[in-house]
Design a protein around this ligand. Sequence first.
Ligand SMILES: Nc1nc2c(ncn2[C@@H]2O[C@H](COP(=O)(O)OP(=O)(O)OP(=O)(O)O)[C@@H](O)[C@H]2O)c(=O)[nH]1
Ligand SMILES: [Mg+2]
Length: 206
Amino acid sequence: MASKRSDPVPSAAPVMPLAVKILVAGGFGVGKTTLVGAVSEIRPLRTEEMLTDRGVGVDDTSGVEQKTTTTVAMDFGRITIRDGLVLYLFGTPGQDRFWFVWDELAMGALGAVVLADTRRLADCFPSVDYFERRGLPFIVAVNCFDGAAQYRAEEVRQALDLDPGVPVVLCDVRDRESGKQVLIAFVEHVLNSLGRQRDRGLTPAR
Ligand SMILES: Nc1nc2c(ncn2[C@@H]2O[C@H](COP(=O)(O)OP(=O)(O)OP(=O)(O)O)[C@@H](O)[C@H]2O)c(=O)[nH]1
Ligand SMILES: [Mg+2]
C-alpha cells in the first residue's frame, strides 16, 4: 500500500558563504579606521594610540587637525555584501614607520581599497605602488572631506596616473551606505578583472 506521506521535499544544499579579505589602505589620517568602523556589522577591532608631542614633525596632521589617535597595527571589521558574500576588512596603519606590518596584513588578501584625500593626494602613492607591484587588484576611493576642493574621479585618475582599468570612486567614509558602495565597486572590479582574464584564456573557465 502506498504511503500517504508525501516524499520529503529536498532542502536546498547549504551554501557556504564566500569570505574575502580586503585591505583598506592609504596615507596617514585619510579615514581608513573611519571607513572600517562605519561599514562593519560587528564591533570593529581598533588598535589606536594617542598622537603625542613626540609625533610633531613626524605625523603630518594638516587637514585632520582634530585627529588625536593613530592606528598602530590594524583595523578589523566585517560586512555581508549580500547573501553568501562576506568581506573581512583589514585597515592598514597609515604611517611609514609601520610599513613592516603591511606584508603580513596583505597575506591572502584579494585586493585593496586605497583611500585618497585630494588635499594630500601624494600620500596615497606608496599604497598605489604597493598594490601595483604585487599585481593585487585595487580601486581608489576619494574620501571627500568637508571643505576640500572637489575633483571629478577622472581628474584624480589622471593626477595619480592610474591604469584606465582602475576604478576611482568618490565617497564619504563616515557614511555607511557610501562606504558600502565603495566595497561593492571593489568587488565588481575584481569580478570584471577575472572575467577579462578568463576571456583572454588566462584562467580556466569553470
Ligand atoms: N570632515 C571629515 N572628517 C573625517 C572624514 N573621515 C575621517 N574624518 C576624520 O579625520 C580623521 C582621520 O580619520 P581616521 O579614520 O583615524 O584616519 P586613518 O586613515 O585611519 O588614520 P591613521 O590610521 O592614523 O593613518 C578623524 O579625526 C576622523 O574623524 C571625512 O570624510 N570628513
Ligand atoms: Mg587608522
